[in-house]
Design a protein around this ligand. Structure first.
Ligand SMILES: Cc1cc2nc3c(=O)[nH]c(=O)nc-3n(C[C@H](O)[C@H](O)[C@H](O)COP(=O)(O)OP(=O)(O)OC[C@H]3O[C@@H](n4cnc5c(N)ncnc54)[C@H](O)[C@@H]3O)c2cc1C
Length: 374
């Protein structure tokens, strides 16, 4: 009998296992693949973190705590996991990226600087931008190393007493007054509480959530730039550019462990079944990466080194879902991270441990509840 069973030991599940175990809870984490693995939402060596959150200013208090917890995870694991390179967000001055980033920064008193087109050209000559574009510079933005984060969270969870099983898919579950039970091919496990952190597979395992989660295929690309020195870590920041269709082209400085300059588009990819998604790249995938480089980063526009497929789990409004299951009081669900959740994994683990152990949290997460869809 466990206090809690966590289904899915990926970005959020490994963090929840860590936070639950360090509070002394008896935790079992069940993961269908390896811990970590490259088949879910967290592959690709880097994930952006930023605070001037144009998506919704209510995320900012959570981000403040996320930064603290990332530094704590670094101390406890003895690894460097978060790199504050600074971040530059660019687009039309009245577009949702620039306007939203300024609104979030002003509302929460975050350090930032607004740059004109001339200011951008002066500070960041790597970019080619339309003449009417402006930018917002945020010194505390940067990136996390997702595979290392998940490994560190899992290892610290294990050291704190959690039991984690890789390669053991949860096939079925029940929850009632007497407790919860999950079934796998190997056995049946019982717990007081169940926590689902299944990422793209949530819709397959969590019934009666009452919300449509749309899984999409998303592609990341790496190229060898024409002028590598211009994109080196220490010289080049994380960045995002609002595209005409409202999507965001974005990228990272070059990393020592993984060759190439990474670029991608944050927009809705093709809908996919997570068990059937095509992991083969297509000419269209390469063309998308090429288009970002040709338009905005001419010195980066070199040969492709890698293209990788990853998945978003999109909620109906693009905001996360963190709540009790509407019909099962013993069950908590964290899903629908809609392509921007990784930076929050540290604080989401803390929130989930609160919800699982006491049914409430002091963190401001009401805006992420299921009630907003009713
Ligand atoms: C291309 C791409 C780029 C991104 N860029 C950023 C970024 O720059 N910044 C940012 O903050 N976020 C970014 N994100 C989003 C972020 O990575 C995700 O929001 C986050 O990883 C979601 O975490 P998760 O725990 O929900 O899913 P996952 O990390 O995929 O974990 C879910 C886990 O559950 C397991 N599982 C599912 N069902 C079962 C079952 N039945 N039994 C056992 N195990 C099960 C899965 O195998 C998986 O390990 C990006 C995502 C993608 C795809």
């Amino acid at each position: 009998m466990y206090d809690a069973i966590v289904v899915g030991v990926g970005s959020m599940g490994s963090s929840a296992c860590y936070h639950l175990a360090r509070r002394g809870a008896r935790v079992l984490g069940l993961e269908q693949f390896d811990i970590p693995h490259a088949l879910g939402s967290a592959t690709g060596y880097s994930r952006m973190i930023r605070m001037a959150y144009y998506e919704h200013p209510d995320y900012v208090p959570l981000l403040r705590r996320a930064y603290e917890l990332w530094r704590e995870l670094e101390r406890e694991s003895g690894q460097s996991l978060l790199f504050e390179t600074g971040g530059i967000y660019m687009g039309p001055p009245d577009g949702h990226v620039v306007r939203g980033a300024i609104a979030a920064a002003e509302h929460h008193g975050l350090a930032h600087e607004v740059l004109s087109h001339a200011g951008l050209a002066d500070r960041f000559p790597q970019f080619r931008l339309p003449g009417h574009f402006a930018g917002v510079w945020e010194p505390r933005a940067g990136f996390l190393l997702p595979e290392k984060v998940i490994a560190a969270q899992a290892e610290l969870a294990l050291r704190a007493g959690a039991e984690l099983h890789g390669r053991e898919p949860v096939l079925d579950w029940d929850a009632g007054d007497a407790g919860a039970v999950v079934r796998t091919a190997t056995g049946e496990y019982r717990a007081g509480r169940l926590l689902f952190c299944g990422g793209p597979w949530t819709g397959k395992i969590v019934r009666d959530l009452g919300v449509d989660l749309v899984v999409t295929r998303q592609v990341l690309g790496w190229v060898w730039p024409r002028v590598p020195a211009r994109f080196a870590l220490g010289t080049f920041p994380v960045w995002g550019i609002e595209a005409a269709d409202g999507s965001l082209s974005y990228g990272f400085p070059m990393l020592a462990d993984n060759p190439g300059l990474k670029v991608a588009r944050h927009g809705r990819g093709t809908a996919a079944d997570p068990d059937q998604v095509s992991r083969q790249s297509t000419p269209a995938d390469e063309a998308e990466a090429r288009d970002i480089l040709a338009r905005h980063l001419p010195d980066g526009d070199g040969p492709v080194l890698s293209l990788r497929v990853c998945m978003y789990t999109n909620s109906p409004d693009g905001q996360f879902i963190i709540d009790r299951h509407p019909a099962e009081p013993r069950v908590t669900v964290a899903c629908g991270f809609s392509g921007h959740g990784f930076k929050f994994a540290s604080v989401v683990g803390e929130v989930l441990a609160d919800l699982v152990l006491s049914g409430k949290t002091a963190h401001p997460v009401d805006f992420l509840g299921l009630g907003r869809f009713r």
